[in-house]
Design a protein around this ligand. Structure first.
Ligand code: URA
Length: 215
């Protein structure tokens, strides 16, 4: 289970030796897509534990081979919201840790003219709006998509949301913090800055292309 280091009120940088090793493999431009996917899944698995520490449980009774005992089960299963495409790479690792998690995909692309995010696919699980939501997007770059995704989730009625990234740029953290100060941001690294095209430096390149081999 990964440890935590709190840097800012709304941001938690998750640190663990294995996380650092897997992240290094992600950053390496020579890591092929199949390996990239495995390292990303390993990172998601490691991050899931500290991210899910806030989950509430309710007492349940079981009978052991020896005697009755009181145990625990989750009060509410979390909803995973991967932002297509790159967020898909975090789903498997989180589901390994919580197999019962519900997955609600969100498709966003950036319009080349307006540079604004456009939603092309939504699938909000209205019956679960009171449950905890985990917005999954491995790269928090400008923060534009994350802010739009958070606007969308809140408009639909979600109230308990955490944003999970793997690499964040300070610009993205500031932008999300300004628009959604109530949403904690979990990340495995905060990199230096964005380049003029909005890519994170040093980053890892395009997380969608790297995991799906569409370079
Ligand atoms: N999205 C990516 O996949 N990589 C970046 O560096 C920035 C946004």
């Amino acid at each position: 289970m990964a440890g935590k280091v709190a840097l800012r009120q709304s941001m938690i940088v998750v640190d663990h030796p294995l996380l650092r090793v897997h992240l290094t493999r992600l950053r390496d431009r020579n890591t092929p897509a199949d390996q990239f996917r495995l390292h990303l899944t390993a990172i998601a698995r490691l991050m899931a534990y500290p991210v899910l520490e806030f989950l509430e449980t309710v007492p349940v009774s079981v009978v052991t081979p020896m005697a009755p005992a009181v145990g625990a089960e989750l009060a509410q299963v979390p909803i995973l919201v991967p932002v297509l495409r790159a967020g898909l790479g975090l789903v498997e690792g989180f589901r390994d840790v919580i197999p019962g998690a519900i997955v609600s995909h969100l498709g966003l692309y950036r319009d080349h003219h307006t540079l604004k995010p456009v939603r092309y696919y939504t699938n909000f699980p209205s019956a679960y709006r009171d449950h905890p939501f985990l917005l999954l997007d491995p790269m928090l770059a400008t923060g534009g998509s994350a802010v739009d995704a958070l606007d969308y989730l809140k408009d639909e009625g979600a109230r308990h949301i955490r944003l999970i990234s793997v690499i964040a740029a300070p610009e993205g953290v500031d932008r999300v913090g300004a628009s959604h100060p109530d949403v904690p941001i979990f990340t495995a690294a905060v990199d230096e800055r964005l380049n003029e095209s909005g890519y994170i430096l040093p980053g890892l390149g395009d997380a969608g292309d790297r995991q799906f081999g569409t370079l």
